[in-house]
Design a protein. Sequence first.
Length: 92
Amino acid sequence: MRITFNMQNQKDVTDFWEGETCEYCGGTIVAKRVTRHRKIKGSYILLENVPAGVCTECGTHYFSANVLQRIEETVRGRKPAQREEIISIYAF
Ligand SMILES: [Zn+2]
């Protein structure tokens, strides 16, 4: 079971990463919406449209403190998920 949270209503902070550079490679960071997955109590959950800063060089994702806090609040079950999906798992 995969539970999906959509953070589309999260306030846009597109200028938050302006002028920031990647701490790993020095690349430019641009604001994007990304999907994050977490495993909580044995269940996978998916967070869609999470505002993030993404390095254009190495792809490292950065999250602002308030977005991280919002993620924690969301996954702790204060909000119902938007939808649930069945996922296929293949073991090698
Ligand atoms: Zn980088």
